[in-house]
Write a protein that binds this ligand. Structure first.
Ligand code: AMP
Length: 110
C-alpha cells in the first residue's frame, strides 16, 4: 500500500535497520524500542492485520523468520507479540510480529 510505512520499509523506499530478510518477509529494529532488543517481523505484502492473513505458507514463513532472526541475533529467550486492532494496541496497520528480548518480562502483560 502506497502510504503504508512498513510497505515503504519492506520495499526499501525508506531506510530501516534490517536484521533479517527472506523472500516474503523483512525483520527490522523498532524505532522506539521497548526492550534492549526490539524487532518487527513483517510480510513484504500488505496485510492490515492478522485478521487478513490468508496465506498459510506466508504465516509459516513469518514464524520461521522470528526463529531465524532470534538465532541471528543470538537470543534464546524472547517474547513475541502480535497486536491486532486498536484496543489491542495496534498502531501501524500493516501486520507485524514484535520480538522483545534482553530484559525480564511480566506476565500477564496487562
Ligand atoms: P503496534 O503498536 O503493534 O502497531 O506497533 C507498531 C510499532 O512500530 C511501534 O513499536 C513503533 O515504535 C514501530 N514503528 C513505527 N514506525 C516505525 C519505523 N519507521 N521504523 C521502525 N519501527 C517503527
Amino acid at each position: 500500500m502506497e502510504e503504508c510505512i512498513f510497505c515503504k520499509i519492506a520495499n526499501k523506499a525508506i531506510p530501516a535497520k534490517v536484521v533479517y530478510e527472506s523472500e516474503n518477509v523483512t525483520a527490522f529494529r523498532d524505532i522506539n524500542p521497548q526492550a534492549p532488543v526490539h524487532i518487527l517481523v513483517v510480510p513484504k505484502k500488505h496485510y492490515e492485520s492478522m485478521n487478513d492473513l490468508d496465506d498459510i505458507l506466508l504465516a509459516g514463513e513469518l514464524l520461521n523468520a522470528v526463529k531465524e532472526t532470534a538465532k541471528k541475533l543470538g537470543i534464546q529467550e524472547y517474547r513475541t507479540v502480535i497486536n491486532t486492532g486498536k484496543s489491542a494496541g495496534q498502531e501501524v496497520f500493516h501486520l507485524h510480529i514484535h520480538i522483545l528480548a534482553g530484559r525480564d518480562m511480566k506476565w500477564p502483560p496487562g
